[in-house]
Design a protein around this ligand. Structure first.
Ligand code: SF4
Ligand code: SF4
Length: 749
């Protein structure tokens, strides 16, 4: 911006901790055109003084030198199309955390002010996108979660299309008579709500049902999806603003459970195979069609087992309890036993568990099943009792394996290969085997073979998934999110869950779907940068088609033309800046965030020469977790090293290596990057950003060593949102380490 006004707040201890008399001149010499101080800038009169300068046309950029950007957002929000605002946190990073009146405190404040002015000067006005936004929600899958999502979205005023592959609605619950109770007293089976829900959806004029139909292709972006479907009437093209994927799960492949007797006798079946018998009210052993006298249920069949499914499938315990109760109701003379490692009965299911336990002829025993073998006319189950530590043998006429669930979106064969390859690696860590495992993992990541959504995206046809096939997302904060903006996962395809949770999921995903349609209508993106409307700008004349941005964007926002030039889909973009961090040509930027702006901030730091023995540290903090943790530390009046200059970044993945090079070449002694935890249970709000930053930094460290700069001068730290107390220690330890290393040898060049 050309006419930047600096507004200094002297309240909240800022005025008493600084010498403010020289700041107007500092602002002017840094390029600001206006300076004003106010004793309480967030008060109506303070805000009015800013607005008056904006309205008079005196300024088009505002530097609020006061509190953190996370506070007083409503007070300091102006139309970004007319004026850009930069916040300088003098309160948190200076007044509340450093010795008042000290020369180091003054130097810190002056640096922060210069940095803020430079950034404001490098901002440009943001343009709000105005494009047509389709209001319809597409729900893929007509099971419980999908039906609930459809009903919820329709109830919120959106037209809905449900696409279901099979001919009927309700998924596997469609042919279940009664379900686990969710109303008091929780001790008896209750009518299955799914048929009534399916009927209501069929009768709802706002919902169009397409059964026996599959998705051929989904192209476009949120707000403007074009969906090609193929059903009994041929092919058809639909439009949708957002998508809910509720395609459910399937039982784990029981043929792999030979150690539990599968295949050894026809009388070893799965809980899914028992279901039709209960539905028909014809309980019989497959071998002789006689009614069994004793049925043994084996829990965790394939679940919580690293050789099969590493996770708890969540609902198999409740399913076995339900099936036992159903058997007991219809055939009270049939004895039932449930053999479990841990019986999972969350919430009110605990009451139902007790009720089942109290039925005569029902036994629940804790232990690990070691084998199921044919014995005479029946079966013998060997179980190691985990309380007594003894091996116990139980005779049964029918054994029911409570198999786990595999998300419908997962390529089961790829998961099996991955697990097999992993266990080979564990046994003998040869390079070839490791590579084989990695190849399978890469295949799984690209989701070959399932193609439920058939997205016409450069990064592949389906949702990126985790190792076990569930969608990858920041599932702590945004549970329904996937790594495809505007596409939300609900029900068992998202995570193992029981019917009650699936119904709740349907609601949640429908709300997210309608939320993004509303946000796009305002031209805005969704969380974590809700309300942001400045899109990424690609200066493609200088693009070398290196494809780093198209490959690294976690949200599949970028497609490519035939030459490999990125094609930006603004509504898929979450404004994380990861492409900006990736681009070696530095040609990706935003109105209020760019490689040039942050590089300018680094240049604005005054670096004392070696003789002063006052190192300088640039700390790039992720604005999602690390920066809020820093604010919290300040609110508790923690004190930290005054040599640190904090720059908030959208994500560690948005850090362009050039910022580190710029810092070190200017004589800054060390650069610290603090971001979210990475890995399978990632806390990175952009899922891949933290992981990418670590990978990129590995290359930087090699370069530093080649330049005879110690690799220790750049440090990446993972920090959780609640690790507030770690922040001061992290800064202090790093400063101490830099002192021990000595001054950056490039200082003064
Ligand atoms: S800002 Fe993030 S989401 Fe948008 S294109 Fe770049 S990497 Fe993708
Ligand atoms: S990273 Fe930069 S240079 Fe490479 S393809 Fe993307 S825009 Fe072009």
């Amino acid at each position: 911006m050309e006419r930047v006004g600096v507004f200094l707040c002297t309240g909240c201890d800022i005025g008493s901790s600084l010498r403010t008399d020289g700041l107007p001149e500092l602002a002017t010499s840094s390029g600001a055109t206006h300076f004003a101080a106010h004793p309480c800038l967030c008060a109506p009169e303070g805000v009015a003084s800013i607005r008056a300068a904006v309205d008079a046309g005196a300024i088009d950029g505002v530097v609020v030198a006061a509190c953190s950007q996370r506070h007083k957002q409503a007070e300091f929000r102006f139309d970004p199309a007319a004026v850009q605002v930069e916040r300088v946190a003098l309160r948190e990073q200076v007044a509340w955390t450093h010795a008042p009146g000290h020369e180091d405190t003054q130097a810190l404040a002056e640096d922060l002010l210069r940095m803020g002015i430079v950034r404001a000067r490098k901002m440009v006005p943001a343009q709000r996108r105005a494009e047509g936004v389709e209001q319809a929600v597409l729900v893929v899958g007509g099971g419980l979660a999908g039906l609930q999502a459809a009903q919820a979205a329709a109830g919120m005023g959106h037209p809905v299309v449900v696409v279901e592959r099979s001919e009927g609605l309700g998924g596997h619950l469609a042919r279940v008579r009664e379900v686990v109770p969710d109303v008091p007293p929780y001790d008896r089976l209750q009518a299955n709500p799914v048929p009534a829900l399916a009927r209501a959806v069929r009768e709802d004029g706002r919902i169009r049902l397409l059964t026996g139909t599959r998705i051929v292709r989904i192209a476009g972006q949120p707000g403007q999806f074009t969906v090609e479907v193929e059903g009994p009437g041929g092919r058809e093209e639909l439009r949708a603003g957002a998508i809910v994927q509720a395609t459910g799960a399937r039982p784990y492949d029981a043929s792999r459970l030979q150690h539990l007797g599968m295949g050894a006798s026809p009388d070893v079946i799965t809980s899914a195979e028992l279901e039709p018998m209960l539905w028909r009210r014809e309980l019989e052993r497959p071998s002789d069609r006689q009614r069994p006298r004793r049925v043994v249920f084996v829990q965790c069949a394939g679940s919580r087992d690293e050789a099969h499914l590493g996770y708890c499938s969540s609902e198999c315990c409740a399913t076995s309890l339900r099936q036992v109760m159903a058997i007991h109701q219809d055939w009270p003379e049939v004895e039932c036993a449930i053999l479990y490692r841990d019986l999972r009965a969350p919430g009110q299911v605990e009451h139902f568990y007790r009720a089942v336990q109290e039925q005569s002829g029902v036994m629940l025993a804790r232990g690990t099943v070691e084998g199921v073998v044919p014995s005479g006319a029946g079966l013998r189950v060997s179980v190691r009792d985990s309380l007594l530590g003894e091996k116990v043998e139980i005779d049964a006429d029918l054994v029911v394996l409570a198999t786990g669930m595999v998300p419908s979106s997962a390529d089961g064969e790829a998961i099996r290969q991955l697990r097999d390859a992993r266990s080979r690696v564990a046994r003998n860590e040869s390079e070839t085997q490791r590579k084989a495992a990695e190849e399978v993992a890469a295949k799984l990541a690209h989701h070959d073979g399932t193609e439920i959504l058939n997205l016409a995206y450069r990064q592949g046809p389906d949702l990126p998934v985790l190792e076990d096939g569930f969608p990858d997302s920041h599932y702590i904060c945004f549970p329904y999110e996937t790594r495809r903006t505007g596409i939300y996962a609900a029900g068992a395809v998202r995570a193992p869950m029981d019917p009650a949770q699936a119904a709740e999921d349907g609601w949640g995903a429908a709300m997210k779907a309608t939320q993004i349609i509303a946000a796009l209508g305002r031209g805005e993106t969704v969380h974590p940068r809700s309300g942001d409307f400045a899109c990424a700008d690609f200066f493609l004349q200088r693009c070398t088609q290196c494809k780093r941005c198209t490959e690294e964007c976690p949200f599949g926002s970028l497609d490519e033309d035939a030459k490999g030039t990125p094609q930006y889909n603004a509504s898929r973009c979450r404004r994380c800046g990861i492409c900006m961090g990736a681009c070696p040509e530095r040609i990706i930027s935003y109105a209020d965030y760019s490689v040039d702006a942050v590089a300018g901030m680094i240049k604005a730091i005054e670096v004392p020469d070696e003789s002063e023995e006052k190192p300088r540290i640039v700390a790039l903090l992720c604005e999602n977790d690390a920066y809020p943790a820093l604010d919290d530390a300040a609110a508790r009046r923690a004190a930290w090293n005054p040599w640190v200059r904090v720059i908030p970044v959208r994500c560690l993945g948005s850090v362009n290596i050039v910022w580190i090079a710029e810092s070190l070449s200017r004589g800054i002694d060390g650069v610290m990057l603090i971001g979210c935890k990475r890995g399978g249970d990632t806390q990175c709000h952009y899922v891949k950003g933290s992981e990418l930053a670590h990978k990129r930094l590995e290359n930087v460290q090699e370069t530093l060593t080649r330049l005879s700069l110690e690799a220790e001068r750049v440090r990446v730290v993972e920090l959780a949102r609640n690790e507030t107390a770690r922040i001061p220690a992290l800064f202090d330890e790093f400063a101490q380490q830099l002192e021990e290393l000595g001054a950056n040898p490039l200082k003064g060049f």
